[in-house]
Design a protein around this ligand. Structure first.
Ligand code: ADP
Ligand code: MG
Length: 141
């Protein structure tokens, strides 16, 4: 079953010029891009997107980081895209991420960790709807 997931190239990776390399890695890993936009989050949007983390000590810093510069938001499609993309991203903390993962190769630290990926079908559906209307998804094939 084809599945879709939300990917964000975060402001640290955008700032240091890694966007192209990350997209290249995603395409070579077998993901099709069905929607994409470059945008800059407002503080309110960053807080809404990460609302699940609002009680965490890093919430303020995380949401300030997420609106500190542009992001590239994409919907990726593949077989088991959600878990496969999590594997391609690597662990939240790049120091713990496996060799060859996006976070190992492109992240700055455990907060500024280069990429976001949905963690389950329910969060993927919510996160895709957060950024894209159905009209913005490209029909493949
Ligand atoms: P993931 O992005 O791997 O799903 P989480 O959902 O746990 O990780 O956290 C969301 C984001 O919050 C992380 O990607 C990272 O940017 C930030 N974050 C998570 N844990 C920490 C932490 N201990 N200190 C600072 N930032 C963190
Ligand atoms: Mg998460």
């Amino acid at each position: 079953m084809k599945e879709r997931t939300l990917s964000i190239v975060k402001p640290d990776a955008m700032k240091n010029g890694s966007m192209g390399a990350i997209i290249d890695r995603l395409q070579k890993s077998g993901f099709s891009i069905v929607a994409a936009k470059m945008t800059r989050l407002s503080k309110a949007q960053a807080e809404a997107f990460y609302a699940v983390h609002k009680e965490r000590p890093f919430f303020k810093s995380l949401t300030e980081f997420m609106c500190s510069g542009p992001v590239m938001v994409m919907i990726l499609e593949a077989e088991e895209a959600i878990s496969r993309y999590r594997a391609v991203m690597g662990a939240t903390n790049p120091a713990e991420a496996e060799a060859g993962t996006l976070r190992k190769d492109f992240a700055t630290d455990k907060e500024k960790n280069a990429v976001h990926g949905s963690d389950a079908p329910e969060t993927a559906a919510y996160e895709m709807g957060f950024f894209f209307t159905p009209y913005e998804l490209i029909a493949l094939g």
